[in-house]
Design a protein around this ligand. Structure first.
Ligand code: NAP
Ligand code: HSE
Length: 436
């Protein structure tokens, strides 16, 4: 394989997202080189204050407070805009694009408000403008809509698209105050520089305008989105929702009705059985409804430095992958991995055992399980027809060890019926599983 092509990258911004992009590019340099044939190297990062102490500071000379050092440098081949704001950010991005330098951005306000001018600048300069990170952070919904779902005629988009407010509402349900929950979201790097954008619904409105634009293929202006935030919610709303077996969520909805588009964002009571009700913390979810796909739901981290940086890096890789060979064009197989032997895949297990109902039998079963290293988390005994039915949930154990224990149990003279095992899929600890 020939040596990877060197690609000097500039970051506009080196905060929560920008510093995480730098780290991912450094940690993933080999993977990116293998995938694209390019080595991405951060050579400049624009900040307000280059002299400030930073936790993950780049090499000396990378930070600059002067945009001209990026655009006039001549050597910068790709730019990631992760500084936020509309001005002067929009002017910077437009100038880069006009000069033919591809830009990827996490900035939903910029894309929602100035998308048309920026795409015009991109066309003028023959450069790509990508914006995956601007909507739902780590969830690749833009790529999915633009590529995989291009002929599906999506007519409804429903989702939770702001991580901060989803986190705040969850914390309030758990007893936190609004102010404390918001302060925690800021500390965790989820909130916008001005968190009123999150709580007023403006952040979600920009994302829904972008989603509607891409899904319906028609420009949806931010001003056209009906917006309400969670700032007007009261504790009583959260309590009432709980009493109705519902949850309060900030929900975005975009619909295509005939030849017209409607987009809105606001707090809603979501039935506890609806998929959006189970979206916790700073996670987002987007449900897409279309003619060919019926319904498809994507869920994942919707905020956070590393999570957003992963989408920025994905866009950078897409820009490269569209222009040069690599596994994005060819065979995706680049290494040879061994197979995990059958029976080594671990899982918690449900076991159904039927045995004679008399003293000492339970101890024999426990002994057979223990001799295979299978540990019992829960056990429920029910009377059967002259024997006992045991429902057992185990802690995580390799499938082969569980099978070996079952074989031994089936061979016991006290065994009745056919002992069986099924893996348990649960995000709760197995000790917490109930039995009604
Ligand atoms: P942040 O932590 O506040 O970082 C902003 C960075 O940009 C800082 O390095 C800052 O410099 C620099 N900057 C801001 N204005 C500048 C200006 N006028 N001139 C030069 N440098 C400037 O923000 P962030 O959380 O990383 O967010 C960045 C962007 O990503 C925003 O558009 C946001 O909406 C988007 N986003 C964020 C998340 C998230 O979870 N955080 C998720 C998705 C999308 P200093 O360091 O000197 O202050
Ligand atoms: N402030 C935004 C949120 C960041 O909480 O969803 C991700 O766009």
């Amino acid at each position: 394989m020939s040596a990877p092509v060197d690609v000097p990258v500039a970051l506009l911004g080196y905060g929560t997202v920008g510093s995480a992009v730098h780290r991912l590019l450094e940690d993933g340099a080999e993977d990116i080189a293998r995938a694209t044939g390019h080595r991405l190297r951060v050579v400049r990062a624009l900040v307000r204050d280059p002299g400030r102490e930073r936790e993950h500071a780049p090499a000396h000379g990378v930070l600059t407070g002067d945009f001209r050092r990026i655009v006039d440098d001549g050597g910068v081949a790709l730019v990631a805009e992760v500084m936020g704001g509309v001005e002067p950010t929009g002017e910077y991005v437009a100038e880069l694009l006009r000069r033919g330098i591809p830009v990827v951005t996490a900035n939903k306000q910029l894309v929602a408000r100035h998308g048309p001018e920026l795409f015009e600048a991109a066309a003028e300069g023959g450069a790509q403008l990508r914006f995956e990170a601007s909507v739902c952070a780590a969830i690749p919904v833009i790529k999915l809509l633009r590529e995989s779902l291009v002929v599906t005629n999506v007519h409804r988009v429903l989702g939770i698209v702001n991580g901060t407010t989803n986190f705040v509402l969850g914390e309030m349900e758990a007893g936190s105050t609004y102010a404390d929950a918001l302060a925690e979201a800021q500390r965790l790097g989820y909130a916008e520089a001005d968190p009123t954008e999150d709580v007023s619904g403006l952040d979600a409105a920009a994302k829904m305008a972008i989603l509607a634009t891409v899904a319906f293929g028609s420009r949806v202006a931010l001003e056209g989105v009906e917006v309400a935030g969670i700032d007007a919610l009261r504790d009583e709303h959260v309590a009432a929702a709980r009493a109705l077996e519902m949850r309060v969520k900030l929900v975005g909805e975009a619909v295509l009705v005939g030849e017209r588009v409607g987009v809105r964002v606001g707090p809603a009571f979501v039935d506890a059985h609806h998929p959006l009700a189970s979206i916790e913390g700073a996670f987002n979810a987007v449900m897409l409804q279309g003619d060919a796909i019926r319904e498809l739901t994507l869920e994942g981290p919707g905020a956070g430095g590393t999570e957003t940086a992963s989408a920025i890096v994905a866009d950078l890789v897409s820009v490269l992958g569209a222009s040069e060979a690599g596994f994005l064009r060819d065979d995706p197989v680049w290494r040879s991995l061994g197979a995990l032997p059958h029976g080594e895949l671990p899982s918690p297990y449900y076991l159904r055992l039927e045995v004679e109902d008399r003293a000492g039998v339970l101890a024999r079963l426990a002994q057979e399980l223990a001799s295979e290293g299978v540990s019992v988390a829960r056990l429920v005994q029910q009377p059967g027809d002259g024997h006992a039915v045991l429902h057992v949930v185990t802690h995580e154990a390799p499938a082969g060890r569980v099978e070996a224990a079952l074989r031994a149990i089936r061979a016991l003279p006290e065994s009745r019926g056919d002992a069986s095992a099924l893996p348990v899929v649960s995000s709760r600890g197995v000790e917490e599983l109930g039995w009604t």
